[in-house]
Design a protein around this ligand. Sequence first.
Ligand code: ATP
Ligand code: MG
Length: 390
Amino acid sequence: MKPDCFVVHYAEIAIKGKNRPLFERILIENIRKSIKGLKALGVRRRYGRLIVELKEDSKLEEIEEKLKKIPGISSFSPALKTNHDLDKIKDASLILMQEATETSFYIKVKRSYKKFPLKSMEISKEVGTHLGKVKGKIVDFVTPEITLFIEIVENGAYVYTKKVKGIGGLPVSVSGKVMVLLSGGIDSPVAAYLTLKRGCKNIYVHFHSEPYTKESSRKKVEELARQIAEHQNETKIFMVPLIDIQKEVMTKTDKKYRIILYRRFMFRIAEALARKSKAKALVTGENLGQVASQTIENIHAIHSTINMPVIQPLITFDKQEIINLAEKIGTYKKSIEPHDDCCSLFVPKHPATKSDINIVISEESKLDVETLVRDALKKTEKVSINNPDN
Ligand code: ATP
Ligand code: MG
């Protein structure tokens, strides 16, 4: 059967009380943008449900693929829509059950429209009896293989059996905008996915050391941003040259503190770009103890240079957990392709693992921080990702 619509479920939003209408509006907008061009009839809010209405030539499979990726959708169901005529509801139920390969079923009726003449139990009984006539199908109250959902609302009924899992979480934008520091590695794309899933609108910044790092590394990062952006429609990525700063750090400061100093510059620049774009926090893929720069002391030395919250979704994850997630969201393969990382350039064999913040600040005082930051910002390029206007 070709469904008339998708009934979209959004568990977590439903509990947000006063914010619910706003959340729903944002989710509807996100769905609309995401399925634009796929010939859906429209996306509407109907009695506590979101309905993606379809027409004859709607691109069903593509719409399904999009819905699977939109944060805020817990599940969705291809459904038949009927009017309030019980016979029509029975017909729709029959079509769905005839198609199902499962043999035992259970009927779950939700009667939001209280003026409907039959009570839920009665509807269920009527439809059950009707379906009993289908050969080989039996009602099973205890361990049914399939559930037939019938939802009676004011303008008709929606009937469906299938629930396709979405990614859950909150709709992109409800938590505000954040700036993700995106390297070409495994961790930061996963961190980016996790903030998107908690309702953040991600924008990105990447630091390169061209010409010492290759242009292909920058392309790789763009590609990663594009992959994650499948969950959020359009976004942008700032490409910042770090090489002049690195040269200054290299020639003027104690080599033990190079990584910390590079990072402090990265954070300052990221903060400045975030403020300009009205992003409220930075996001990193930092992980406690994973590499030398990621001790609590070093994280403090890096973060204390800015005055903006830093979200570190992966801070306590095990590497394997991060890899598993990277595989699940599809970034792993790209992440493990070889690339040059600006921070692995010109670093000593034995960097400081527990930096004393006072020494870091005294090393940094040998540099003209303000001018270096300003120059890097001037040379920053902006790349639009998935923007239909580009
Ligand atoms: P990743 O796998 O994300 O590269 P990592 O395990 O290599 O992380 P680090 O190199 O210490 O760890 O980087 C920690 C975080 O700093 C990264 O997750 C990322 O958010 C940020 N970062 C590192 N290098 C860059 C870069 N070149 N551009 C932008 N952000 C970066
Ligand atoms: Mg890295």
